[in-house]
Design a protein. Sequence first.
Length: 73
Amino acid sequence: MGTVTIFNNTSDKIYVRVTADGESGGNESFALIESGDSEYWSRSDYQVVFVLRNDTGATEVFTVIPGNNYTVG
């Protein structure tokens, strides 16, 4: 199992949800990440990330691989 780390490089907060497909388990609720902060999730398989950006109101969806870091913004 590895971690998926999401860093918020926007000017405002973001809300992030990481799926827990396969045998990953874990929380699938949206997490608030303040500007300049990061959060991580323990996962064992490829997952899908949903991001709601507070600065633009846009949503982003992308696939993540455990053991990697991802930046929004």
